[in-house]
Design a protein around this ligand. Sequence first.
Ligand code: MG
Length: 387
Amino acid sequence: MPAPAAEMPALAPWASDPLRSRGRRLAEPGLEAGEAYRVDRERIVHCTAFRRLVYKTQVFLNHEGDLFRTRLTHSLEVAQLARSLARELQLNEDLVETLALAHDLGHTPFGHAGQDALHECMRAHGGFEHNLQSLRVVDVLEQCHARFDGLNLSFETREGILKHCARSQAERLERDEPGGVAQRFLLGQRPSLEAQLVNLADAMAYHAHDIDDGVRSGLLTLEQLLEVPLYRQCHEAALAEHPTLAQAGTRRLLFESIRRLRQRQAEDLVAHSRALLSQHAPADAAAVRALPPLVAFSAGMREAGDALKHFLFGALYRHPRVTHSTDRARQVVAELFQAYLQRADEMPPEHAAQPQRERAVADYIAGMTDRFALREHQRLTGRVLFG
Ligand code: MG
C-alpha cells in the first residue's frame, strides 16, 4: 500500500519528477504519467531476471550457506537504504527504489568471477559488462510483454541503470539511440541525483553486509576489523552505549557496530549532500547534469570508506578460500561458453536462433543462477567442480 500523500515529504525542485520524464522508447498512452517510476518498479519486480537474483552470488557462492547475502537480499538492502536517504534529501523515492531493485539485474552467476570469465570469452566479440547487461535485460532480453521486447522502462530508469560505460560502448549505444542513455558519458555529464544516490547506497550496503557475511563465514575476525578506523569507532561507540555487549558474544556487538557504520555514513551523506545542493541550487533535475556530483560523502568519510573498501578487498574478496571457489566458478563459465558455442542446440530455441552466436551464449549464461550453471556444466562436461 502506498503511504498516504500527507506523509510523503514534498519533492525538492532538483528531484526527478515523473511528470517531466523523457518518456519510454515506445509510447504507452494508457499509462498515467505521474506513475511512471512506479510502473517501472512493478515491471522490474515481476520480471524473470529479478527472481533469478535470489540464486546468484554476491560474494559467497550461493551454495556455501543460506544466510549469506545473495544478489536479491543485497538489492533489497540497497533499496531500503536508498529510500530512507532519498526521503531525507527530498528526492524521488519511487525512482531510487526502482533503480536499486534493478541495479544488479545483469550480473552473471558467481559474482564478479563469472563476469570476468564471460568478459574473457567475449573479448573479441564486444566484451561483457554487467551494467550494460542490466540495460540489455530491461531493453531487450525480458520477454513478458506482448507489444515489446524488454520492459520498455522510462528514460530516467534506463539511464540510472547504466552506471558506468566505456567510451567505445557509449558511442555504440549513442548510434543506436541518439541523445539516449549513453549520451551523458560522451558529454561528461552526471545522471539524476536519484542515480547518484543509488550508486553510493550500493557501496554502503555491501560494505556493511560484507563485514557481517565475512565474520559469519569465519574469514574475518574482530581483531582484523578493529584495525579499520571507521569500524573501530563504531565498535567503541556501541560498547560505550551498551557495556554489557562485551560479555554477550560477538553477534550483537557486530550488529550494533555495523548499524552505527551505516548510520554514520548515512548522516554524513545527507549533511554533505544538503550542503552541496544548497550551494549549487540546481533549478531543476535537468540542471543537475552539468554540475559536479551533488550526492556525495564529505572528504573525511570518503577516505574512511575507501580504507574500509581496501581492507575488504585484501582480507575478504581476495581471501584464499574465496578465490579458490571463484577460480572454479570462472572455469564453469568458460567451459559452459565453449560447450554452447559448439553445440548451440543445447540452449533453449530462442537463444539458439539468435544470429550472433557468441552474444546469444553470453546472454544465456549471464541469465543463469549459480546452481543452474553448475547443473548445466555437469550435464555438458560430465564433471563436478564443486563437490
Ligand atoms: Mg550492487
